[in-house]
Ligand binder design. Sequence first.
Ligand code: B1M
Length: 210
Amino acid sequence: MTDFNKIQETLVNLDAEGVIQLVNDAVKEGTPASDILNKGLIAGMDIVGEKMENEDMFIPEVLMAAQTMSQGVEILKPLLGEDDTSAKGSVIIGTVKGDLHDIGKNLVAMMMESAGLTVHNLGVDIAPEEFVKQIKEKNANLLCMSALLTTTMPMMKQTIDAVVESGLRDQIKIMVGGAPVTQGFADDIGADAMAPDAGSAAKKAKAIAG
Ligand code: B1M
């Protein structure tokens, strides 16, 4: 049986090789990839977050943990997606201006791709005008924004305002997400959808844009 606590501890101890070994072992044992991700890697990152808040871990260490987590996700990638590739929508996704967190956003992008959507992942620190430019260029019908900081959440509203000003709002659905984002916040800023995790984000994206 997979010891999820061990995966968490090994990630928090920044033992990259150990994490990769444990993730590979768990896959071989037949543990569902979503459990390895949620109960192992993401739960481990939550501990890293707590330690960061308490100043028991500092930015370089948090970055190392983030890189290790990404390596673990690479192993799980082929196992995480849905097999149904019938969706047809075109999605623009990015982390909003001022925010450099990308692990969750990349997971959302990956799950949407495996659901069959065409995903244009713009990266991090994306300004409202860049989102608008890319919606036009890529002829997208779903805009997805991620924010992990309470200080960058208002940038989601500013981006929606820029989309409205550009005259594109009627042609595009907008989904927001990220740890601090709530359904109430999404409603307040005029988003069409909010999802708490990558799996439900992909399902909702298919429903509204696929
Ligand atoms: Co940052 N950081 N960080 N950080 N960091 C948090 C977010 C924090 C909660 C840590 C803490 O203090 N407990 C805190 C925010 C506090 C707040 O605003 N309330 C914080 C802070 C303060 C900061 C800095 C300001 C620290 C500093 O410099 N003093 C700084 C800001 C830099 C910036 O962005 N301008 C900073 C920097 C960093 C690193 C660069 C070191 C690194 C990021 C590396 C990277 O992403 N490449 C980092 C990390 C790793 C974290 C924590 C530890 C982990 C985040 C993560 O990757 N989680 C985080 C603590 C935590 O979250 N527990 C923390 C795993 C990931 C899979 O989850 O991103 O939530 P998540 O994504 C989920 C869902 O949210 C959802 O699906 C995903 C998968 O299921 N989701 C969506 C995400 N986007 C979605 C979009 C959708 C739908 C769902 O639709 C469009």
